[in-house]
Design a protein around this ligand. Structure first.
Ligand SMILES: Cc1cc2nc3c(=O)[nH]c(=O)nc-3n(C[C@H](O)[C@H](O)[C@H](O)COP(=O)(O)O)c2cc1C
Length: 144
């Protein structure tokens, strides 16, 4: 289908080492390149980072989302990339965001950690829809 849209939700473990400042700088680099590349390929989404854990939603045309996710999986700045959800969607949740960012500083990732706690902190057992909903809610709160 020409105009079909999909959504990928995954979690991964950060492998960037060093002090907080170094890690923040590396995350800014990831975001800068992600935003540039996503803007040109029609991918939108949100990225959450909380020291040990990344959670990301990617949405857009299937081929573009899949190519992006393939590249992301090869990235050595994280490991144990676990796909939580791959769904056909009818509309985007992060329409205005080439990549929204929710970092630890805002204190917002707590919501996701609450979810992780339910799984005994096994990220692979997180529910993709819940992670997506949590990122959306966190972004709405951050907007206000
Ligand atoms: C947690 C994380 C999230 C990323 N998100 C994106 C993204 O949304 N879009 C993107 O193009 N690259 C993203 N990247 C960067 C890609 O993994 C990759 O480095 C970049 O696309 C350049 O790929 P290339 O060197 O094969 O051209 C992310 C990397 C990490 C570690």
């Amino acid at each position: 289908m020409k105009d079909s849209l999909v959504r990928v939700v995954y979690v991964s473990r950060n492998t960037i080492t060093g002090d907080d400042e170094h890690i923040s700088r590396e995350v800014v680099k990831i975001l800068d390149s992600a935003r540039a590349s996503n803007a040109s390929s029609g991918v939108t989404g949100a990225l959450m980072f909380n020291r040990g854990l990344f959670a990301q939603v990617l949405e857009g045309p299937p081929d573009r989302v899949e190519q992006t996710f393939e590249r992301i999986q090869c990235d050595e700045r994280h490991a144990e990339v676990s796909l939580l959800a791959y769904d056909v969607i009818t509309e985007r949740s992060f329409n205005q965001w080439s990549m929204a960012y929710l970092g630890a500083k805002s204190g917002r990732p707590a919501k996701l950690l609450d979810l992780a706690q339910d799984t005994g902190f096994d990220p692979k057992r997180l529910d993709g829809n819940e992670v997506h909903a949590a990122l959306q809610a966190m972004l709405l709160e951050a907007d206000h």
